[in-house]
Design a protein. Sequence first.
Length: 291
Amino acid sequence: MRKIPPLRALQVFEAAARQQHFSRAADELCITQSAVSHQVRVLEEHFGEQLFNRSGRQLKLSMKGEQLYTELSRIFNELSDLNQQISGGENHELRLAVYSSFAVKWLIPRLSDFRRQYPEIKIRLDMIADDPDLSDSVADMFISGQSNQPGYWHQLLHKERLIPVCSPDLFARGETVLIDSLWQYPLLTVDEGPIGLDWDRWSLANNTPFPADLQQHIFSHVLLAIEAAVAGQGIALASDFMVVNDIEKGRLVALDLPDIFTGFEFNFSCKRRRLKEPAIAAFIEWICHQK
């Protein structure tokens, strides 16, 4: 009988290699971090090879670890497909983890079209504030800023471009707004934490210093700033694709002022092995044709 590696250790190693983090692997598998370390050691002793290179707090796969992870991913994917074939049926309930701003201002207004075309497929939206771990334990599909997760397929949906918008009560559609007069109106500013204030980034990118007494109303989320702009409280910066409907309906006007590309990208992601699942394939086909 051929000797095979300990199956539990292989499962734990695959999670640790995919996450590149013992603690996150432990959370995914509902075990302790020390249990993850123990199972990895069991596997390293079995093969007589070091599977991870540890440098301080960084964890990277060794050459042998990379080889093992590549083959394990293929084997686990094939086992998952076999399980679905034997158990029968197709998954028509999908979880989509998505930023709240993207969901509210772009996705939800379009979802009725998807449901009309595919009434048998149920989409559950799970709102996220930060990029989550890409894992089946979190969701089946993701819209986030991530684009390089091993084993995942990624499709760029939008590059973030911020444009100044406000209520028609402040500026009539087509009216020319000079940069020098911009600070005569309150700026509706989003505090993006470590990145800073969005209007400050706009000022720097466009070489337009603001006066010291500039009036800014600061919000913790772009959705709040957009709604404040609709209410006529000032001028906000918003992702162009998120305010298309508001502009078309006359709730906002886009000012003829410089924009700013933030470098952030909204990406759709799902596991490569699941690309051929009918429900996921249908959603990908639909979302990639949305404008």
